[in-house]
Write a protein that binds this ligand. Structure first.
Ligand SMILES: NC(=O)c1ccc[n+]([C@@H]2O[C@H](COP(=O)([O-])OP(=O)(O)OC[C@H]3O[C@@H](n4cnc5c(N)ncnc54)[C@H](OP(=O)(O)O)[C@@H]3O)[C@@H](O)[C@H]2O)c1
Length: 318
């Protein structure tokens, strides 16, 4: 398995299992199956509401000797309702209790957006807190403290643009170790990926298969990535699946990738994509698909009277 190597030598396996929307009744089996099939990297988040079941699966896998804790790479994410410096440690500790772990390999600020404590998803402008009130550097400094305490090995961000990353670096001097962002052939974010490479920020691709089970899929009318003709043609030519082509595309860009599935046969084939090499002309055809199109468009954070706009979220420093 290929890995991304951190400055201290730690290695994150390039293919991990995504767990957003994996129901509590399903995610236990998905994680157990994935680790038995060779996965060593699981992507979690408090807001996914399933960390307890993931914790039970990890605990059983370790107890049964399938894997050692030190062989696993477990990522989780700080939810937007716990951005104040005195809230980060409690949020992290809740995640650690649920996952039955005493440290995380990687902890990310989930979104550059703050909401009131106890809110899952905002329903009105009153549920938000502006980034002037809780600046991102306050949250980032608290993340760094968690790293200093040793309860997270690595600290990073998610859904951050280059201006926001530069801002964190200029205020704290500390570079986020990972930026987890939406990436696939329809949304290649080449400038942001190049910026991250230059700054030594590893990139992880979320929704790499086009997130067909996203909550807005029925109403947002976006094209189905797995059915794109370029992807389907390359897959049939190579005798592999469209999903495997999309995963190989990310890996070949030097990016880690976290496809979600609760279906054993898909979990297995997604992992096997590590062995696929795309030719220069296949890569070129996939590079030709960029439309700058997001499946996770951020409109959850820009409802009426929110302090955020799509411009401030995706392009702004604050
Ligand atoms: N940081 C963030 O803000 C953020 C945002 C979004 C996602 N994420 C992370 O990224 C992970 C992946 O993104 P995602 O869940 O949005 O979407 P995704 O991985 O692009 O797509 C998941 C969908 O693809 C299906 N699928 C999986 N493997 C397949 C295969 N081989 N063939 C056909 N269909 C397949 C899954 O179905 P089944 O499960 O039914 O098999 C599910 O419907 C998330 O689970 C989460 O961990 C992070």
């Amino acid at each position: 398995m290929k890995n991304l190597t951190f400055l201290n030598g730690d290695q994150m396996p390039v293919i991990g299992l995504g767990t957003w929307k994996s129901q509590p009744g399903q995610v236990f089996n998905a994680v157990k199956y994935a680790v038995s099939a060779g996965y060593r990297h699981i992507d979690c988040a408090a807001i996914y509401g399933n960390e307890k079941e993931i914790g039970e699966a990890i605990s059983e896998l370790i107890r049964d000797g399938v894997v050692g804790r030190e062989e696993l790479w477990i990522t989780s994410k700080l939810w937007n309702d716990s951005h104040r410096n005195d809230q980060v440690e409690d949020a992290l500790k809740n995640t650690l209790v649920d996952l039955q772990l005493d440290y995380l390999d990687l902890y990310l600020i989930h979104w550059p957006v703050a909401i009131k404590n106890g809110i899952g998803f905002p329903k009105s402008g009153a549920d938000f807190i502006s980034l002037k009130e809780i600046p991102l550097e306050e949250t980032w400094s608290a993340m760094l403290k968690m790293r200093d305490m040793g309860i997270i090995k690595h600290a990073g961000v998610s859904n951050f643009n280059s201006k926001k990353i530069n801002h964190l670096i200029s205020v704290t001097g500390a570079v986020p170790e990972v930026n987890q962002i939406e990436l696939h052939p329809y949304l290649q974010q080449t400038e942001l990926v190049d910026f991250c490479k230059e700054k030594n920020v590893h990139v992880t691709a979320y929704s790499p298969l086009g997130s067909a089970d996203r909550p807005t899929a029925n109403r947002d009318q976006r094209p189905i990535l797995l059915e794109n003709q370029v992807v389907v043609d390359i897959a049939s030519h190579k005798g592999v699946s469209p999903a495997q082509i999309l995963i190989a595309f990310a890996v070949q860009r030097g990016i880690s990738v976290i496809p979600k599935s609760v279906t054993p046969s898909r979990i297995k084939q997604n992992f096997e994509a590590k062995d696929i090499t795309l030719s220069p002309s296949e890569m070129e055809a996939l590079y030709g698909m960029d439309e700058g199109m997001r499946y996770i468009d951020g409109t959850t954070w820009t409802i009426e009277r929110s302090p955020n706009t799509l411009e401030s979220l995706w392009e702004g420093e604050y």
